[in-house]
Design a protein around this ligand. Structure first.
Ligand code: AQP
Length: 353
């Protein structure tokens, strides 16, 4: 007789995502992730985390780390995330993340982690000398999501592989411990398979100096990125100096295919203006870059300057930011503790009833 197919519990839709406090937040973080976080608040319950445990996978000066945690929190709020309606907190204040990551270290396979392209890029040729944490980073990310049994994860394109790994880990945990999950009365599966949400015209914003490289906090050149804290002059200068080619803009999207720098600037314009690349090209097709860049400067300054101003105001009151993080952590901990009680039972640990 064949076994009946396992019934999946109906997991409540819940959004989780995180940002590392590892330096200046930039336009890529904003368009690829934070604007999506803001939009999802209207339709979903959301948990947004400053992932400080992830940050220390590479060396961080303690004083700088503290400052960066508050700065990312300020950026979340300045961009429009509401910490009263949703949860905003820093990862290290909720110990369930680290505890579940350990369990997942024992579920995930070495071969799975060996395939992670971000580890290969970040470790480069120096594999023997990077931290073990950098290698197991994706297990911690799976724990971040699954400790809340979150179902949707808004991220930039670069994090897609890690969310897919979180799905594999959830599935393996559900399978490996299937009997214990059922015997414990938890249903047929314990974790949902989270879905990456990668949407919009700027899911991979590229460096302003090199259209083949991702815009990144760790790029040595500050001209490669627009920081959320940049003032109007800095934004204007960086856009004016952005690498382009000598041709005018094409009228249709397929004309951007062999032109990565043009494609990037058009994508940035579309995302900032809440429209599509096709729409931008309808307006600017045939224009020289000097005309297009002037319009992009105006748009970027209009959108980003108020955010920089609000971040500056918020970071002047660290006690207020710390209170937001403490409140968010208290609310997150209740949810994470409930998941971890189940995990401990399912795995076979003994705990106080
Ligand atoms: N260039 C980008 N375009 C679109 N989305 C991006 N994200 C990052 N860079 C881009 C998205 O921002 C969210 C937070 O990322 P993170 O700070 O946690 O880590 P990261 O992806 O490693 O960002 P960086 O800037 O590249 O940092 P470093 O230089 O320290 O490695 C994620 O959703 C990410 O996809």
């Amino acid at each position: 007789m064949t076994e009946p197919a396992p019934k999946s519990p109906a997991f409540k839709p819940l959004v989780f995502s995180g940002v590392q406090p590892t330096g200046n937040l930039h336009l890529g973080n904003y368009l690829g992730a934070i604007t999506r976080f803001v939009a999802l608040q209207d339709t979903h319950e959301c948990i947004y985390c400053v992932v400080d445990l992830h940050a220390i996978t590479v060396w961080q000066e303690p004083a700088e780390l503290r400052k960066a945690i508050r700065e990312v929190t300020a950026a979340f709020i300045a961009c429009g995330i509401d910490p009263k309606k949703h949860i905003v907190f820093n990862q290290s204040q909720v110990s369930g993340h680290a505890e579940l990551a350990w369990v997942f270290n024992c579920v995930a396979r070495m071969g799975w982690l060996n395939r992670m392209t971000q580890f290969k890029e970040k470790a480069g040729k120096d594999r023997e000398n990077v931290s073990v944490g950098l290698f197991t980073y994706p297990d911690l990310m799976a724990a971040d999501i699954l400790v809340y049994r979150a179902t949707h994860v808004p991220v930039g394109e670069d994090q897609k592989q890690h969310v897919e790994l979180a799905r594999d880990i959830a599935q393996k945990f559900n399978n490996d411990f299937g009997a214990s999950i059922r015997d414990g009365g938890f249903g047929d599966v314990y974790f949902p398979l989270p879905e990456p949400l990668i949407q919009g015209p700027a899911t991979r914003v590229m460096s302003l100096r090199d259209g083949s490289k991702k815009m990144s906090k760790s790029d040595a050149s500050d001209y490669s990125r627009i920081n959320l804290t940049d003032d109007a002059d800095a934004i204007a200068q960086k856009i004016r100096k952005a690498k382009t080619d000598p041709e005018p803009l094409p009228s249709e999207e397929k004309g951007l295919d062999p032109r990565p720098e043009a494609d990037n600037l058009v994508g940035i314009f579309a995302a900032l203006n809440n429209t599509t690349k096709a729409e931008v090209l309808r307006e600017f097709g045939g224009s020289q870059f000097s005309t297009f860049k002037a319009a992009l400067v105006d748009l970027a300054v209009a959108k980003l300057s108020p955010i920089a101003g609000e971040m500056k105001r918020l970071t002047q009151d660290p006690a207020h930011i710390d209170a937001i993080l403490a409140d968010g952590s208290d609310r997150a901990r209740v949810l994470a503790d409930a998941t971890m009680r189940g995990v401990r039972d399912i795995v076979g640990f003994v705990q106080k009833k």
